[in-house]
Design a protein around this ligand. Sequence first.
Ligand SMILES: C[S@@+](CC[C@H](N)C(=O)[O-])C[C@H]1O[C@@H](n2cnc3c(N)ncnc32)[C@H](O)[C@@H]1O
Ligand SMILES: [Zn+2]
Ligand SMILES: [Zn+2]
Ligand SMILES: [Zn+2]
Length: 421
Amino acid sequence: MPSSEYTPCFYCSEYLKIAQDYPVNFASKDVTSFTPRCFLHWEYKCSKCGELTHFNGISWCSSCKEFTCLRCVEEKMEKEKFLIYDYYYKIPCQKCGEYNPALDFAEYEGSHPYQIGDLKPEEDIVMWMPIYKNQIKPQEFPHKAWGSERILSLGKAPKHPRLESLDNYTPKSVWDDLASRWISPETEGEYHHTHIILPNLYNMLDVQRDEKILDVACGEGTVVRHLAKLGAKVTGIDISKMIDRAIERENKEKLGIQLMKLNAEELMNEFKSGFFDKVACNMALMDIEDYKTTIKNIAYVLKEKGIFVFSITHPAYAWPASTAMRIPIGSRRNEDRVRILLNYFDERPALIYYWDVPGLHFQRPISAYINELVKNNFEILEMREPKASEELVERYPRKAYLDNDIFAEFLLIKAKKKSKL
Ligand SMILES: C[S@@+](CC[C@H](N)C(=O)[O-])C[C@H]1O[C@@H](n2cnc3c(N)ncnc32)[C@H](O)[C@@H]1O
Ligand SMILES: [Zn+2]
Ligand SMILES: [Zn+2]
Ligand SMILES: [Zn+2]
């Protein structure tokens, strides 16, 4: 048994990192957990409901000499930076209604019942006093001691830096750089494309002979080549050098595919209205800067009742809305992988690193895509969030187990352009 005498309190230790000389009490509570705590930073009994409550969810009224917990009354949020926090709760006394801060802020301002002598702690603890406030270092938020930040600090999670502007990177420039490194699903059997995404995309496209199909952001041409082999009349466009590989492949083995270096946001300038029967866009809409103009252009080049099928990384579960890491670091077992949701609503462009080369990703909520389709007269026919089959899990356990079988990493949507009334 580890002796509690020697385990420092989690809160005291975090406060010490920023407040010089903060007295670190030994933990006597929750000693074997991630966050052992001292008597001061433990629980207090609400005078109304009698429940023991974490110190950050209960206030002390020095007039009534009573504790009130968050469960019994309605708190207010006060935005103010102190210690490792950027707000505190004001909790009204259940007796007199006066607002008092929760005990974390009370300690900081010196109104904690142990500081003012209203109560005497039952264990030996040393109290910090607010006369030392001027020794506190300024903090950055989110703070390293906060829940998900604390978990992230336990391991190595890929970071997805957000950009305020695109000055140094554009979708074209990053994909020009990535082109020589990109793994072709056909030649190298890239797992996600081959087993999770493409079978669904092809199935939803339901290609018929001689259909005119446009592949938007076709990259190195895997999708266009597959569709051409099924007998469709295929056109592929892409903004970057990625298409050079598609052209190379076409030159080697001619399938009659039209390939063009073109920005998806400018399809209208190149193709007649209603020219295509179907449009595909595989794993690219989240890489395209102006998805609104792109969807508008796709609606324009598509005939009435034409079909648009696209796949994207799942806006809610994939990077950069979330990240993943293993604890312990380096474990090869998938049950040791934790996924951490970051900010689903942060639409600033994110850099996502493939090897050491950055890619650009434009995070948008699912509703953004759906609403843009609806606005452009599309009817949604089907959505898919592919789940790995048992066979796939067995064949690729390290990739699929507790991963593609428990959450959706990709989202596919099939929409039909409605006919005009
Ligand atoms: C992840 S790759 C996917 C390529 C291909 N569709 C596939 O499934 O392998 C994303 C592609 O989007 C292209 N792209 C990004 N922005 C574009 C734009 N505005 N117009 C056309 N292509 C664009 C990139 O050049 C890159 O080839
Ligand atoms: Zn403590
Ligand atoms: Zn209560
Ligand atoms: Zn009171």
